[in-house]
Design a binder for this molecule. Structure first.
Ligand code: SF4
Length: 336
């Protein structure tokens, strides 16, 4: 019964989104990867640009890394785009360029876990495989007043099995998207709009007024605070950049030289401004300075010069692109 009411509601109330106009698995895949940890209105322009630039698996697989990284710049969680690119190459080599239709094969693609494989299986291939993400866990926790920790894999498995049963005889694509849409638009984190909910008569939390008590989630770790000095070093028509990815963040995206303390390599000429960048698991407190390379310093290989004319076309980590933009405004320059 819940499935039927959910599907009817979804068909009448769904947002018209470009990736909902197609069942092409590549489009569904790109949209699902982009939507992870990212709001729909933020990812939409990226999605539309991506699909124009890389309209199919082959184009994506055969593009060079810089173009791929550049198209994702600013969207965050950069591991996603690398996996997407690897996945496209793997589909070309292992599946003759045809997106696999079986859940078990979809899960072999790099970067595709249980949730994304289930979303693609149900949305693109109409298979009754439940996709369980945070939105879905919240809805189900409230409907059932479920006393299980949603951070645990056992809970996700439990909910997936339950939904697989609810999907029987339903439209898997609209059921999956309906549940996602309900979580995004109605059963919101802090203010569920229960009066508009198509399944409220089945919802224990609504009937007992306990919506705010669900879902149950074990507390997450606080982000770690880290402080660095970021050096802007311009020498005539060149800017010093860094390809040091030893911290495991955003490999492939260039940065400004960023160091923990005073560096033997640089002489600070001017302290410019402070900048704070928040990741999900850490916060960078950055002191931005204008510097020059210390006389006779032999720079490590991961620091190199690029022409100022190349700066804008490179894929930058977001924090440092924002710092460069702020630096330009402050310097009253239109470009480097
Ligand atoms: S009735 Fe309210 S709490 Fe229950 S599923 Fe609907 S929006 Fe969520």
């Amino acid at each position: 019964m819940i499935a039927k009411e959910l599907v009817i509601w979804y068909r009448q109330n769904k947002r018209e989104l470009p990736f909902r106009l197609t069942k092409d698995p590549y489009s569904v895949w790109v949209s699902e990867i982009m939507a992870q940890q990212t709001r729909i209105d933020t990812m939409l322009p990226y999605y539309e640009r991506w699909m124009k630039q890389f309209p199919d698996i082959r184009t994506c697989a055969e593009s060079d890394e810089n173009a791929i990284l550049k198209a994702w710049e600013g969207l965050g969680y950069y591991r996603r785009v690398k996996m997407l690119w690897s996945g496209a190459k793997m589909i070309m080599s292992d599946f003759d360029g045809v997106f696999p239709s079986e859940y078990i094969d979809i899960k072999k693609i790099p970067g595709i876990g249980d949730y994304t494989a289930a979303a693609i299986s149900s949305i693109a291939f109409d298979q009754p495989v439940a996709a369980v993400d945070g939105n879905v866990l919240r809805v189900i926790s409230r409907v059932l007043m479920m006393d299980r920790d949603i951070a645990k894999d056992t809970t996700k498995k439990y909910v997936a099995e339950l939904l697989n049963e609810w999907m029987v005889g339903s439209d898997p694509s609209d059921f999956t998207q309906g549940l996602m849409e309900l979580g995004a638009l109605i059963c919101k984190v802090s203010t569920p709009d229960c009066t508009q909910c198509p399944i409220k008569q089945h919802c224990l939390s609504y009937n007992l007024g306990t919506q705010s008590e669900y879902p149950l989630k074990s507390t997450t770790k606080k982000p770690v605070l880290e402080s660095y000095i970021v050096h802007i070093i311009i020498d005539e028509d060149r800017l010093l950049i860094s390809s040091d990815w030893s911290d495991g963040l955003m490999e492939g995206y260039i940065r400004l030289p960023q160091v923990c303390s005073d560096s033997l390599f640089f002489d600070i000429e001017e302290s410019l401004f402070s900048y704070k960048h928040v990741f999900s698991h850490k916060i960078w407190n950055l002191s931005v300075v204008k510097s020059r390379v210390h006389k006779n310093a032999k720079l490590p290989n991961y620091w190199r010069w690029i022409s100022l004319t190349e700066v804008d076309s490179q894929p930058w980590i977001s924090a440092h692109r924002k710092i460069l933009v702020k630096f330009l405004k402050r310097s009253d320059l239109s470009s480097l």
